[in-house]
Design a protein around this ligand. Structure first.
Ligand code: NAP
Length: 259
């Protein structure tokens, strides 16, 4: 299938590793020039070189914290008029909501709700004028099936989801789509860190927690980041112009509902 997006430009936030990186690679495989981002410059430059070598597209690396105003300005200076925006950032920490004060809530809202909304606001009118735009937000399966220790994530990402539901309909007539990808467990550093935390808490090993979590998933495995990236590239393609306002769960069948 020809995705029809070669030569387009994409900003992929938080993409030096993990799911964001997988999205950048799959878009680059389709001939999209990518602007990638992360806070650690060394990791970011390594990823940029890896994508250049593998695909030959233009790769611009912007080292900054996307959740800060300064960081977002840096990204937009590197590419003011992207055709594609993939919003992503690290997830908030787990915990008990009784321990969180206003600062912790504001930080989570800034990272996982306000940042994607402000970046979308900065680029969407250009997309509307050019009659092509794709915005994809990386959220979480926790939006559909909340995880109690991830209350900050459940709350902030659900706020973004509600906003996107309205925006998607407002811009759809201009061939601009806005969708969310909801990861279940994918093999990234974040998942390893989560399982390491569980092992410590339960007095088990990482390998035991890994096996336990995999066997509880209907597919008996975790997702591979390239599977996530492929879904993202398809949503960003010319072929996906009639798909908007959707929440795609990528979880190996873990969510038990019919719909
Ligand atoms: P990851 O493997 O830890 O990668 C995170 C990437 O984001 C890194 O490149 C990191 O680079 C960058 N990053 C983090 N915070 C940033 C910031 N403030 N500004 C710029 N870059 C930043 O994580 P992941 O598994 O890909 O997760 C991506 C998102 O999906 C997270 O929000 C996570 O909560 C969510 N999620 C993941 C899973 C899963 O199973 N993997 C499941 C549900 C939800 P630097 O550290 O150098 O900045």
């Amino acid at each position: 299938m020809d995705f029809g997006i070669a030569g387009r430009k994409a900003i992929i936030c938080a993409s030096s590793k993990g799911l964001g990186k997988a999205c950048a690679i799959e878009l680059a495989n389709e001939g999209v020039d990518v602007i990638i981002n992360g806070r650690n410059n060394e990791t970011l430059e390594e990823t940029a070189q890896e994508i250049r070598n593998a695909t030959g597209v233009d790769v611009t690396a912007v080292a900054c914290d996307v959740t800060s105003e300064e960081g977002r300005a840096k990204l937009l200076t590197a590419c003011a008029n992207p055709d594609i925006l993939v919003n992503n950032a690290g997830g908030p920490p787990p915990g008990n909501f009784r321990d969180w004060d206003g600062d912790e809530w504001h930080k989570a809202l800034e990272a996982n709700m306000v940042t994607p909304i402000l970046l979308t606001k900065a680029v969407i009118d250009g997309m509307i004028e050019r009659k092509f735009g794709r915005v994809v937000n990386i959220t979480s399966g926790a939006v559909k099936a909340p995880i109690s220790i991830l209350g900050l994530s459940n709350g902030a990402r659900s706020g973004l989801t509600g906003f996107v539901a309205g925006l998607a309909r407002e811009v759809a007539a201009n061939n601009v789509t806005v969708n969310n990808l909801l990861p279940g467990p994918f093999e990234t550093d974040r998942l390893t860190a989560t399982l390491q935390g569980a092992a410590k808490k339960n007095g088990t090993t990482l390998e035991e927690e890994w096996a336990k979590r995999q066997s509880s998933n209907p597919s008996k495995r975790f997702g591979k980041p390239d599977e996530f990236g492929a879904a993202c590239a398809f949503l960003c393609s010319n072929r996906a112009g009639f798909i908007t306002g959707q929440n795609w769960l990528l979880d190996g069948g873990s969510y038990p509902g019919t719909f």
